[in-house]
Design a protein around this ligand. Structure first.
Ligand SMILES: [Zn+2]
Ligand SMILES: [Zn+2]
Length: 265
């Protein structure tokens, strides 16, 4: 079985057919899902979804760097963590990680540029402190800001565990991740990105997680339509091709990696 370690099943793109999307993923062998938040509202939604699908969907709570311009209050995020982590008997915890959080220096249209980097770094550091405080792994989002990203991490008293989701760096960043024992997450863009196809053969399977980032980043040959977790096997197939191993081997390695990082069974 596969685990989609990053999908936004609570996004409005699935409002009308969420149950079918989950069912179709299961039919394709994708049996568990990590659903990260991008702000306070979607984090709470992710937790509620995970509570409805115990042991199948797991939530991460976090604030995306894009939200830094709106000065979100991380104490509100901590309240969600405390509330969710209250003892639940023998049930698996619906909350398994902090994220997605990190740095995104890409300039989006309509985004406030003034003080952007400082605000993002502060928001990221505050969430890393929560990860250490509550001993949770982190789903990192990093785009165009790897130097600052590793600087923020180095400013911490200790390193959290984590995955650099939708990895877009080069081999130098892979080595940085390896040094910190981070995982790297790959998405549908491995089916068409020449850059990713050039670096993946050098990245050990023991570091790799599979994710779709649904509803975004639809793999070939479905580009142009909404992405779904059921496409995880297409990503596994491409990574298997690049590594010259069987899809089964990629499936086993990446599922084991996800279980290790998120401590799920
Ligand atoms: Zn992201
Ligand atoms: Zn995402």
């Amino acid at each position: 079985m596969f685990i989609d370690t990053h999908c936004h099943l609570n996004f409005p793109q699935y409002d009308t057919d969420q149950a079918m999307v989950i069912g179709n993923a299961k039919k394709a062998g994708v049996k568990q899902f990590i659903n990260p938040g991008v702000d306070l509202f979607s984090s709470l939604q992710a937790v509620n979804l995970a509570k409805k699908h115990v042991g199948v969907i797991f939530a991460a709570v976090g604030i995306h760097p894009y939200e830094a311009q709106h000065d979100p209050d991380v104490r509100e995020l901590e309240k969600i963590i405390i509330e969710t982590m209250k003892k639940r008997g023998n049930e698996p915890s619906p909350l398994v990680a902090i994220g997605e959080c990190g740095l995104d220096y890409h300039q989006y249209s309509g985004e406030q540029a003034l003080g952007k980097k400082d605000k993002q770094k502060r928001l990221f550091a505050e969430q890393l402190e929560l990860a250490l405080k509550y001993d949770l792994p982190v789903i990192f989002h990093c785009r165009d800001g790897y130097d600052d990203f590793f600087d923020v991490l180095d400013s911490l008293p200790s390193q959290p565990r984590g995955v650099i989701h939708c990895f877009s760096g080069g081999l130098q960043e892979v080595r940085q991740a390896q040094k910190r024992e981070f995982f790297v997450g790959f998405d549908g863009n491995v089916t068409y990105s020449k850059h990713l196809q050039s670096i993946i053969p050098s990245i050990p399977l023991s570091m790799i997680l599979l994710e779709t980032d649904s509803p975004y980043l639809t793999p070939a040959p479905h580009r142009g339509s909404r992405n779904e977790p059921k496409y995880i096997p297409l990503i596994a197939t491409e990574i298997a091709r690049l590594h010259g191993v069987s899809v089964k081997k990629v499936e086993e390695a990446t599922t084991a990696n996800a279980r290790t990082l998120f401590q799920i069974s």
